[in-house]
Design a protein around this ligand. Sequence first.
Ligand code: ADE
Ligand code: ZN
Length: 316
Amino acid sequence: MYDWLNALPKAELHLHLEGSLEPELLFRLAQRNGVALPWPDIDALRGAYNYHNLQEFLDLYYMGADVLRTERDFYDLTWAYLQKCREQNVVHTEPFFDPQTHTDRGVPFEVVVNGISQALEDGRKQLGVTSGLILSFLRHLPEEQAMRTLEAALPYRDAFIAVGLDSSEQGFPPRLFQRVFDRARAEGLPAVAHAGEEGPPEYIWEALDLLKVLRIDHGVRAAEDPELIARLIDEQIPLTVCPLSNTRLRVFDHMRDHNILSLLDAGVKVTVNSDDPAYFGGYVNENFHALYEHLGMSQAQAQALADNSLDARIAK
Ligand code: ADE
Ligand code: ZN
């Protein structure tokens, strides 16, 4: 079963490039850039990977991203992730990046986007991994800053396939970002948004009705609202679910409690993704393995999940 799962062609639709920064590369970049780290060594950093909720993880994730300074750093980060895709038979990926995490530290937008884009292009040519980049806004910051980020991105319009919304969810509903998503749509950019990870089903309704998203990132709390589930099934709106992330951030206490296969069997278009693999203990295939081990996922269910991922691509 493991070999079969590993060989299954699949797409990854929910991956934060900053969350694919493995501790070894993090320490290497810190040394290369002369950045002082709060952890004495890799083991100490790994020891800090013990979170009780989304915010505790995000605090660490933003600290880790501080080692990313140059175009080459963003290239190396993206290239390392694409090699994982190749190893895991992820034939297509639509990764997120958070420009504000970098521009707010003084790293120019073009440094970030050029490094990532060059690696994605080399990934297409040298590894055969197709891709489309998603520019994600940080929802814990004001909408005006997201709007300025979108304006800074427009000269690089061809580097993106969509915009997204991530970071701390509770208290930062999608409705706060309606104008920036309207503007992105007017520029021809489709949208996705994190909703229903820690936040309530209402945030999923808002993402659909106000931000007009094509996919919901996470969305597992939709299960609390039967009317919403009926809509997701009726409109076949994809959910980019991240099982290892959800258990590490205590959205579910244990993998055996995860609702991904119940949603699949009910007819929701769910997909399997790794979110922040360096921080949550696994890439896409390890997420599939966990569903097999703890939820008894069948080959037919795994095939349906992989087929959904390829079908739910924005970049076709
Ligand atoms: N940024 C990186 N990972 C995230 C997640 N799981 N939820 C919200 N924002 C994120
Ligand atoms: Zn995410």
